[in-house]
Design a binder for this molecule. Structure first.
Ligand code: F6R
Length: 590
């Protein structure tokens, strides 16, 4: 989704800072960009469609100490220079960048037009600088003017406004994230931490219904509704700049797949007492529900199997966007487990709101420290995967699954056993991710890259991994991929199999091995080219991708070669795996 960046302070390179900040937000997905900064008495603005990666920050080095920038993912209005942010008022003294949607913008626009305001774009955002300009006719104070405007807005949004005359940045939040980076020389404001991680790790979070104003020397937090000041804590982020960079890798996706050499160990490095407390909360809850979206949702489906097989405990999963319809079953004694990498996904936040309204407790399994989900949960377990910047989630998924598996073991009163298994699994993944292994998968990708359809089957916890494999392959390579439970094949999908259709079969060494192998035989009998991901070679495989045998953690191990295969399918088909079309890293709109 869109990215926001702002700086005000003593530094005089704010224009270049904005370009660098926006480049760090590229991973969120966008189609145009823009910056506005004050040089001398005037506001300079630059907007473009397309990518910012080739832009040289040095071209924006004119002395300036206040700037804002934006990467836009089009919603209202097409991908044009005019629709790119920032947007200005009539007098070009106010510049605004905005994420989210102002739902009542049409009526506000009509009102402004009657007062003589002219609009240059089709966006909802453009009403904001004009509304603030109108308010400044009644008050001299920029912050008050912005606050009055906020009281009139409907929808989920985060916006940042720059005022040249008072040299102030004012930002407001209602549903979309904004974070303040506190530096010795000034303040950063961004939609995501990597935008300023090169400069500071000290952050303050803006909550829904709050706004901030800063002139670079101090920052004031206000409640939008009451106008009262709000006190905020400073939090130190544990992520390092090195973790957030690509290093020698060509793409973030491959770097993050490789990070799984040690991210499993970090994920399970949890306080044992806390895990036991959480297991008890699940045991005694009157109904435990799991929610997540996309890949995180597949970790939830895997958890249904973990909890059932390991602890004999029933939990219910619903995609976060579908959860609303299950609110009837929630009680104050129920527990909602929220699984999310970003901690900012709109549908997940909505599910949390529904559970909280019923008085239910919320446990979150999150990657981003200090994210909205992490802050608003009753219990939070961080998976400590480090920044995940590729749109396609890889290391966050395996970290989420590792934590859920650990909880399942705690629920079965076997926490130590689970921890040992997961530590061994981490070591096996470390061994598996060697250059020869990666090269083999690259060669396999080369061999199947021209196919337009690909199917994946699995049983038990390998079934959600089949679904996840399909997401991974679809989103980066644009091959039509679908995952099924092996047993479902005969109920429809087998009609799609033709001679040579590549089919991936996810296999473990457990009670369902014989069943999934016989499903593979059914596919082969219809001419499918069988790629087996399995600890053992089997006759039915045309290609065997060897994985270590990992007992109940087999699903975590099995998904890793598919992540690598998806990556190379994208690269071999000439696609950028880090920036899949139409997708965004953090989905902050419903
Ligand atoms: C796919 C992918 C998405 C996310 C989903 C939820 O690779 O990354 O499906 O898993 O958008 O995002 P989070 O985990 O941030 O809630």
């Amino acid at each position: 989704m869109c990215g926001i960046f702002g700086y005000v302070g003593k530094r005089v390179d704010a224009g270049s800072l904005a370009i660098d900040g926006l480049k760090s937000l590229e991973y969120r997905g966008y189609d145009s960009w823009g910056v506005a900064y004050k040089t001398g008495g005037t506001l300079t603005m630059k907007k473009e469609t397309g990518k910012i990666s080739g832009v040289n920050p040095a071209d924006f080095s004119a002395a300036c100490s206040i700037a804002i920038g934006h990467t836009r993912w089009a919603t209202h209005g097409g991908v044009t220079k005019e629709n790119a942010h920032p947007h200005l008022n009539e007098a070009s003294t106010i510049a605004v960048v905005h994420n989210g949607i102002i739902e009542n913008y049409e009526e506000l626009k009509e009102e402004l037009k009657k007062k003589g305001h002219a609009f240059r774009s089709d966006t909802d955002t453009e009403v904001l600088p004009h509304l603030i300009e109108e308010e400044l006719k009644h008050t001299k104070d920029f912050t008050t003017a912005v606050r009055t405007v906020c009281l009139r807005l409907k929808g989920r949004y985060a916006f940042l406004a720059l005022h040249t005359e008072s040299r102030t940045l004012v930002a407001a939040r209602s549903g979309s994230p904004l974070i303040i980076g506190v530096d010795t020389d000034g303040y950063f404001i961004a939609s995501d931490i990597p935008a300023f991680l090169a400069h500071t790790r000290t952050v303050q979070y803006l909550d829904d219904g709050e706004m901030i104003a800063t002139d670079g020397k101090t920052v004031l937090f206000l409640d939008i509704e009451t106008g009262h000041e709000v006190q905020k804590r400073e939090i130190e982020i544990t992520w390092s700049m090195k973790q957030a960079q690509k290093g020698t890798y060509r793409h973030f996706m491959l770097k993050e797949i490789m990070d799984q050499k040690d991210s499993i160990a970090r994920a399970i490095n949890q306080d044992e007492e806390e895990i036991r407390t959480i297991a008890q909360a699940i045991k005694h809850a009157q109904g435990t529900f799991l929610v997540g979206c996309g890949t995180a949702g597949k970790a939830c489906v895997a958890a249904e199997y973990f909890f059932s097989v390991i602890a004999g405990h029933h939990v219910n999963y619903a995609p976060a966007s579908e959860f609303k319809l299950f609110h009837h079953f929630l009680k104050p004694e129920s527990l909602l487990i929220v699984v999310t990498q970003s901690g900012e996904t709109a549908d997940v936040l909505e599910a949390m709101k529904i559970a909280k309204a019923k008085g239910s407790k919320v446990l979150s399994i999150v990657n981003v420290q200090g994210s909205t989900v992490a802050r608003e949960s009753d219990y939070t377990l961080l998976i400590n995967a480090g920044p995940e910047r590729a749109v396609a989630s890889t290391k966050a998924l395996t970290g989420q699954m590792a934590v859920l598996l650990l909880i399942a073991y705690a629920l079965a009163d076997k926490l130590r056993e689970g921890k040992l298994l997961l530590l061994e699994t981490g070591e096996m993944i470390n061994d598996m991710l060697n250059p020869r292994y990666v090269e083999r998968l690259e060669a396999l990708a080369d061999g199947i890259k021209r196919h337009e359809n690909l199917y994946i089957i699995g049983k038990s916890w390998n079934y959600p991994m089949a679904l996840e494999s399909a997401i991974k392959i679809q989103e980066v390579s644009y091959i039509h991929a679908e995952g099924f439970a092996g047993g479902e094949l005969k109920h429809g999908p087998i009609a799609l199999i033709e001679k040579g259709t590549p089919c991936i079969v996810l296999v473990g060494k457990d009670e369902v091995t014989a069943d999934i192998l016989s499903n593979a035989m059914e596919l082969k009998a219809r001419g499918a080219f069988i790629i087996g991901v399995s600890p053992e070679r089997r006759d039915v495989f045309d290609e065997w991708i060897k994985v270590p045998e990992a007992s109940t953690a087999q699903a975590i191990v099995n998904i890793i070669p598919i992540q690598i295969l998806a990556y190379f399918l994208a690269v071999k088909r000439g696609k950028d795996p880090d920036m899949p079309r139409n997708l965004a890293k953090s989905v902050t709109v419903k």
